[in-house]
Design a protein around this ligand. Structure first.
Ligand SMILES: [Zn+2]
Length: 184
């Protein structure tokens, strides 16, 4: 089964808070969950890779993070979508871990867990650090120009983007590209 890796905050849910510290804070971006359904229907497995340093900072605990993800999975299911797993980095920068994006650890682990060859795995999100993690892990970086990256255009991209990054207007455009790359 082919695999896609997505970021969470700013890609699936609205990212206008510094931290999502409760299930109530987790609000899906209009259309984003339907884009996941589109991928699922075409036989793609979707896995999330997310930095959650709020854990390491003590802003919320794992039980709360599980509640947040319970809501996410429920809302996904309500539109016929499914995320197979959520890999998260609970650390802060000072922990010096290898999983905090832009480092590749989370995505490398996903590749191992799902037996995927990362060079064939599209990794989509709306931040440069998610793109850098994708690149460092050997995956395919796909930047979405939404949320904090909505200010950018194809002619005015954020600095430090990996050279092989493909750019899309949103998650639906990304899904369409993945499902039919020759048409875009
Ligand atoms: Zn980490």
């Amino acid at each position: 089964m082919p695999l896609v890796v997505l970021d969470r905050d700013g890609t699936l849910n609205v990212d206008d808070l510094a931290f999502i510290t409760s299930a109530e804070d987790w609000i899906p971006i209009p259309g984003a969950l339907e884009a996941v359904a589109k991928l699922n229907e075409a036989g793609w497995r979707v896995v999330v890779a997310t930095n959650q340093s709020g854990l390491g900072r003590g802003l919320f605990d794992v039980a709360t993070l599980n509640d947040v993800h319970k809501k996410m999975h429920k809302l996904l299911a309500s539109v016929g979508a499914r995320v197979d797993a959520v890999f998260f980095c609970p650390h802060t920068l000072s922990d010096g871990c290898e999983c905090r994006k832009p480092l590749p650890g989370l995505i490398t682990r996903i590749g191992e867990r799902f037996g995927a060859q990362l060079s064939k795995v599209p990794v989509a999100g709306n931040t440069v650090r998610h793109m850098q993690a994708a690149y460092a892990a050997g995956g395919q970086p796909h930047l979405l120009l939404v949320g904090k990256s909505a200010q950018y255009t194809r002619d005015n991209l954020p600095p430090d983007l990996p050279p092989n990054t493909t750019v899309h207007s949103d998650l639906h455009a990304f899904a369409d590209y993945v499902l039919n790359p020759s048409k875009v």
